[in-house]
Every structure is written in C-alpha cells, then in structure tokens.
Design a protein around this ligand. Structure first.
Ligand code: SF4
Length: 214
C-alpha cells in the first residue's frame, strides 16, 4: 500500500449542493483530492486526521463570540492575535466574504497531562499550529496566494506574549478562529459535523483550524 492510498480514508470531500456556491466553485479552481492527500502526508504524526474543503459561506460569524473573548478569556488585550488586536466582526466578515473556498482541519491529541500541564498544552498547541501554518505555506507554493490560517487557540509561540510591545514573530503569528468572531460550533453544525466539549482530563483534545483558501 503506498502513502497516498493509506491516507485515502482521511479525506472527506464536503458535498456542495448549494446552487450559489456551485457558481463560485466553477469560477475558481477548487482543490484536488490528490493535493489534499499530499497535504495530509507526513502531518498525521502531529495528530491531523482530516482536511475538509467547504464553501466559505458556511462559516458562521457572530458578535457574541467576541464578547466571550472580552469577558472570560485571559488573552483579551494581552495577545497580538486576539481582540482587540484582531479584526472586529465587520472586518472579519468582509475578509471571509472575499473567499469562496476554505479548508477545515481536524486533529486530536490524547495525552494524560494535556489538561493538567500548561507547559504540555502549550507544546502541543505550538506543534499543531506549526502543522497548520506549514500546510498554508505548501498551499501558497501550489499557487493559492490568498491562503491564510485561522488556528486553534491564542498564539502561544512565546511563553508570554509581548503585547502591547512589538511582536517577536510577526511573520509567524496567525489569529485563532474565535478571534475572527467565528462561531466554531455553529460552523461545524453547518458542515454536519458534531463535536463535544471535553468533560474529563483524560478526554481526547480535539482541535480545529480553518484555512481560508481562495
Ligand atoms: S509571536 Fe509571541 S509576541 Fe507575537 S503574538 Fe505570538 S505570543 Fe505574542
């Protein structure tokens, strides 16, 4: 069995039955199954399980998402990738409208101390983040010049973000999905994907990232 056929079962082509999005798929070049398989190759050691192309208009944005960032998250006003430094709802919606196709990346990590150790969680977060940004770079080299990642969780590249002083890695940082006012659960529901909040420290950590593609 070759490497490509090993990954065949991990590719899900999201059915595009919406006449409006069919139009935009026709206008754009889309993404081939072959390329998706190549992107998965070599990345599964970091926990990446699926890459699902879908119409960008399935992305749900909502005001309440930013409210949750503002009230209840320690990253608010402390991280260059999070509100208020990230685009507001109006700006984020305008950016998303410029795309017809996006990729949903789903991965998981199961390690005993994931929910108990900040250092462990940060290490895993950075690994999955690098994986997603690496895929974005491959897509750019394939000619998808608009490709940009929305990652899982606030930027953790530095142990403590330098905000509001100059960012240490401005070329590497990417905003988390929520910092773009995206309702992740609502978006997953739009795609017919169900997910669960982890209840126990032994539960598998499931992460999601979105690459706005073209
Ligand atoms: S790279 Fe460092 S300084 Fe820049 S946003 Fe991320 S954590 Fe903050």
């Amino acid at each position: 069995m070759n490497a490509l056929s090993m990954h065949q079962g991990k590719i899900v082509m999201f059915p595009n039955n919406d006449p409006k999005t069919k139009k935009s798929f026709k206008r754009n070049k889309g993404i081939s199954r072959q390329l998706l398989l190549r992107l998965l190759e070599g990345n599964d050691s970091c926990g990446l399980e699926q890459i699902i192309p879908f119409p960008a208009e399935k992305i749900d944005v909502a005001e309440w998402v930013r409210l949750k960032c503002q009230f209840g998250c320690c990253q608010y006003n402390s991280n260059w990738c999070c509100p208020p430094a990230s685009p507001d709802l109006e700006k984020a919606s305008a950016v998303i409208r410029e795309y017809s196709l996006a990729l949903l990346l789903i991965g998981s990590r199961r390690c005993r101390d994931f929910y108990l150790s900040n250092a462990r969680r940060r290490a895993e977060q950075v690994r999955s983040w690098k994986e997603v940004v690496g895929i974005e770079r491959k897509l750019f080299l394939e000619g998808y010049d608009k490709a940009i990642s929305l990652v899982s969780g606030a930027c953790a590249l530095c142990k403590k973000c330098t905000y509001p002083e100059r960012c240490r890695f401005p070329r590497e940082r990417r905003p988390p999905i929520e910092a773009f006012s995206i309702d992740l659960i609502g978006t997953l529901e739009n795609l017919g994907i169900s997910t669960q909040v982890a209840q126990e420290t032994i539960d598998t950590f499931r992460y999601y990232a979105i690459i706005l593609l073209e």
